[in-house]
Design a protein around this ligand. Structure first.
Ligand code: PLP
Length: 410
């Protein structure tokens, strides 16, 4: 084997040795709680009940959206044919951007929106365009990888601030005399489920003349009375607010948007390289997303949000009962679909995951460095499409799995 291949192979072996090698599984069926999956290397697929999807409202395989997608393809074909600045910007994209601008108008004066192929690209675009050489980016320490990469791509200096520590951030902002400051935070922390102190962050942005960039990947569609996410849930309003929402999670399709004052959006169209130098997403995706927004803000969306809240409450009630008998694990406060059950050490997290797996249940085990050392966890993600019986099955299995390793250890 060549020297170059050999180097890569050694690194992969090292990951293997630490049980850190990531493996994919092939989904044989549509996204749903019950899914048929084939694990890498396995021959026979298995039907599993999953608790790790981001399809929070259960829209990813909704027939209305599939129909809208097909209709979009019939209207516009399959490919956009170019970037947004060179012929790829269709009427469907424009309609979607207008619709999202209207959604965000209560929270951002003169709001406009810009559609992106993915949330990852939207975050790269916002941070690299607004974070020029004269800027300083204040980055929440638990931010998503796409925000971290966006800050790396920016020419701005980057300062991290401690998790949810508004006072520390206040001091850092006060000590900074850069002409442009950006505060950047996830709205809902993806490994913990709790919500950032967004109203306080906005107050700091006002006081220190900074932008506030909020990534609402896990709040959009889910939080707020009509599903508009964290700005609606918290009643935010400011021209400093730059909101990123993703459309491949609760919205059940694909893509993302940035909503901001129209001057910010104009600027991104001119300057954001991850917007300019890529082929526009298929117009049919935008067409399907229009149907998704109608579902989310309508009666069905409200019912699905209520259903999700009921499952969250059921899971928390059930797990708290389990944890009365087991003080070695804990369930932090989280009002969202993301519910982390912290079990402490890595081996225990892996063992619990394997025990769930043996019963046909799929829950992700998250270990350092993704989360702080000593806080390995089962990351449970709930969806409106989970039934009461699904959640009961998970709580029962977790109760038994948590009890077992303790007995073995005794
Ligand atoms: C998933 C996610 C993204 C990336 O969005 P994609 O559309 O999947 O690229 C960005 N930020 C956060 C917090 C996310 O959870």
């Amino acid at each position: 084997m060549s020297r170059l291949l050999d180097r890569l192979q050694r690194e992969i072996h090292a990951l293997d040795a630490q049980s850190l090698r990531r493996r994919r599984q092939i989904a044989e069926t549509a996204c749903a709680p019950e899914q048929t999956l084939t694990l890498a290397g396995a021959t026979a697929p298995r039907t599993m009940l999953g608790f790790s999807s981001n399809d929070y409202l259960g829209l990813a395989a909704h027939p209305t959206l599939a129909k809208a997608w097909a209709e979009g393809a019939a209207l516009y074909g399959t490919g956009s044919g170019g970037s947004h600045l060179i012929l790829g910007h269709s009427r469907a994209h424009a309609q979607l951007e207008e619709r999202l601008a209207g959604w965000m108008a209560p929270f951002i004066p003169e709001a406009q929106s810009l559609f992106f192929c993915t949330g990852y690209m939207a975050n790269l675009a916002v941070l690299s365009a607004l974070g020029g050489a004269e800027a300083v980016i204040f980055s929440e320490s638990l931010n998503h990888a796409s925000l971290i990469d966006g800050a790396r791509l920016a020419k701005a200096r980057v300062e991290r601030y401690p998790h949810c520590d508004v006072a520390a951030l206040d001091a850092q902002l006060a000590a900074c005399d850069a002409p442009v400051k950006l505060i950047v935070s996830d709205a809902v922390f993806s490994m913990d489920g709790h919500i950032a102190p967004v109203a306080e962050l906005l107050a700091l942005a006002e006081r220190h003349d900074a932008w506030l960039v909020i990534d609402d990947a896990h709040g959009f569609g889910v939080l707020g009375d009509t599903g508009r996410g964290v700005p609606e849930a918290m009643g935010l309003r400011s021209e400093r607010l730059v909101l990123v929402g993703t459309l491949g999670k609760a919205a059940g399709v694909s893509g993302a948007f940035v909503a901001a004052h129209r001057t910010v959006i104009d600027y991104l169209v001119q300057r954001a390289r991850p917007y300019i130098f890529t082929t526009a997403a298929p117009p049919a995706v935008a067409h399907a997303l229009l149907a998704s927004l109608t579902l989310i803000e309508g009666e069905e969306g409200a019912e699905r949000r209520a259903q999700l809240l009921a499952r969250i409450a059921q899971l928390r009630r059930g797990l708290k009962e389990v944890l009365l008998a087991d003080r070695s694990a804990w369930l932090p406060e989280s009002p969202t679909a993301i519910q982390p059950l912290i079990v402490g050490d890595n081996a225990r997290a892996m063992r619990v995951m394997a025990q769930l797996d043996a019963r046909g249940l799929r829950v992700g085990a998250i270990r350092p460095p993704t989360v702080p050392a000593g806080t390995a966890r089962l990351r449970i993600a709930l969806s409106a499409s989970h039934s009461e019986a699904d959640v009961t099955r998970l709580v029962d299995a977790l109760g038994e799995a948590l009890a077992q390793p303790l007995k073995e250890a005794a």
